[in-house]
Design a binder for this molecule. Sequence first.
Ligand code: PMP
Length: 407
Amino acid sequence: ESVLDVDRLRADFPILQRPMNGRRLAFLDSAASAQKPQCVIDAERECYEQYYANIHRGVYQLSQRSTQAYEGVRRTVQRFINGADEREVVFVRGATEAINLVAQSFVRPRLEAGDEILITGMEHHANIVPWQMVAEATGARLVVAPVLDDGSLDLDGLRERVSERTGFISVVHVSNTLGTINPVEAIVDLAHQRDIPVLVDGAQSAPHMPVDVQAMGADFYVFSAHKTYGPSGSGVLWARLEHLEAMPPYQGGGDMIRTVSFEETTYAPPPQRFEAGTPNIAGVVAMGVGLEYIEAAGRDAIVAHEQSLLGYANERLAEIDGLRVIGTAPDKAGVISFVLDGAHPHDMGTILDMEGVAVRAGHHCTQPLMKRFGVAATVRASFGLYNDRDDIDALVDGLKRVREFFG
Ligand code: PMP
């Protein structure tokens, strides 16, 4: 049983106290974006109210304070993912920007025509399109490892697709659509035997499980603050320092230079080299508070709680005739995608919304994966640390209404 005090945690989230259509809100869309605890909201407001100024530039106290608050979050992130050095932490807008940064700055210069970028069949569009852009620019080829019928990654299939030409591997840690937890350590091991660098898309793992980038062994790990109970518009690229040091800047501008003249510009060392322009100062500060919130709740307790909810949801969803869960891998996080005979996912989403149940309906930015399973869309219920069995019960009651409605 879970050791999270969910009632106490729920009380931290103002939005969960607000009724939805006259009912208790059952928010089951944290895979898209998580709700924010009061401490995160306060941190962002306090930054603007009490010590806001641009960072890295001012000699005055406000600027020094905001610089300290912003820079201090590097240590928080380093601890959160067990990085080796705070200089490995680059602040970006989110997972999408982090992947594009690696694609353009690290991978693109290393590839030649005929080289291969290996991804999996369960990637989010954010881990597909940037590689297609690099492939387009270099003449490299995108190679895709297959997904098994239960939604697991076909690890043998992936191994078979590693070739002499594989220049980079990018894999999702936890599928946002299926919940599948991928064996990223095994993937990194087989890649590193051939000196192939690996990016792990941690958008769905960072909020829900302990993450140790050193144990994982990956070269790059990325995530978004808005899914780790922080604000939207900030996120993290973690990379091995040796990689960052070898990478050219992604964008040029202020704050990423050492010296500038019209003849020649020299760049700041990482991570500043990758943070051109005024960053999302308050957003980064509040991201740090979101990560501390997760740490205080306890990563193992979060896993236990979300696994227990997953078991309960699977049990209860089995009561609904004609419901088919897509993605039944043995190793799964708190994400359940399903379809229901005779009911369109968008209609289900609308009916559930009237019952105060917020779920996602659609392709979840994974169109190739939808195609793999022969569906255009699914309904997805995904959990955060604030969900409880009442939320699952509300979902099941709502689905029974859908059943009645569609006969
Ligand atoms: N990868 C995965 C697995 C995701 O779930 C998401 C967000 N849905 C992203 C990447 C992109 O994250 P963002 O939109 O925050 O950049």
